[in-house]
Design a binder for this molecule. Structure first.
Ligand SMILES: Cc1cc2nc3c(=O)[nH]c(=O)nc-3n(C[C@H](O)[C@H](O)[C@H](O)COP(=O)(O)O)c2cc1C
Length: 231
């Protein structure tokens, strides 16, 4: 099958999504589309390289929003029905909000809109699925209450991207999620994958509910459900 997989800028379900797309790439031609935020967040969680590794060749491209212009010409492939399936996972509340309101102004929202026009089967895995609280994980984080403000910051010295301002913060736009800082700090002041609980906003849950009623779009709860969806 020719499958396109869109990744938006959500940390939640990101690692699970990468696991599944790696599996999928063994048996299918897989084009991967990254929203601008999707690219940034993949790098922060140290997952960008794994995504890049499964791409290469026609219909196995890595398509970056930041390399497309405003009309997203690549998404014409969907209106021409060139793909058998479009998956978007994980899907941010931002992207869901745009899709349910018919907005197409990013690489991923354009892909979904054009897939609808080309009758390409579309599966979306939203991050905001049910009201209440959600447990999710953070990328690398400098924990200031543990930071000893050492004269020489081992974590900053270990960072190949100069992403750490000692005693202040990690610049996540420079961080590539390699985790060297976590190993280097003798006080454990840099965490990676710390669990936090976030509250789902009503507006985001309402938007996800609208998505369930969309023609041609199937809403899945988790990337692991994809195999069932493919059958
Ligand atoms: C580390 C990090 C994790 C994020 N995780 C989420 C998330 O799980 N869900 C979400 O809706 N937005 C999340 N965001 C915010 C989105 O990246 C942001 O809203 C972005 O504008 C979405 O753009 P996109 O929908 O075009 O990808 C996260 C941002 C950062 C920096």
């Amino acid at each position: 099958m020719k499958i396109a997989w869109g990744i938006t800028g959500a940390g939640h379900l990101l690692s699970d999504s990468v696991d599944v797309l790696e599996e999928l790439s063994k048996d299918h031609e897989l084009t991967i589309l990254l929203s601008g935020a999707g690219e940034e967040v993949l790098k922060m969680y140290g997952l960008f390289q794994r995504v890049e590794n499964v791409t290469g060749g026609r219909y196995r491209e890595l398509v970056l929003e930041n390399e497309q212009r405003s009309s997203f010409p690549m998404t014409g492939r969907f209106s021409l029905g060139k793909y058998d399936l479009l998956m978007v996972s994980p899907t941010t509340s931002n992207t869901i909000g745009k899709i349910v309101n018919g907005i197409a102004d990013t690489l991923i929202t354009n892909a979904v809109a054009q897939a609808g026009k080309g009758r390409v089967k579309t599966g979306i895995i939203p991050v905001d699925l049910e009201s209440g609280d959600l447990n999710t994980v953070l990328p690398s984080k400098l924990e200031l209450e543990l930071c000893q403000k050492c004269e020489t910051c081992e974590a900053a010295a270990a960072c190949p991207n100069e992403a750490i301002t000692p005693g202040v913060e990690i610049n996540l736009l420079k961080c590539k999620g390699c985790g060297a800082c976590q190993v280097a700090c003798p006080f454990g002041a840099v965490t990676g994958g710390r669990k936090i609980t976030i509250h789902m906003r009503d507006i985001d849950i309402q938007n996800t509910r609208k998505l369930f009623e969309f023609d041609g779009i199937e809403v899945l709860e988790h990337p692991s459900q994809l195999k069932k969806f493919l059958m």
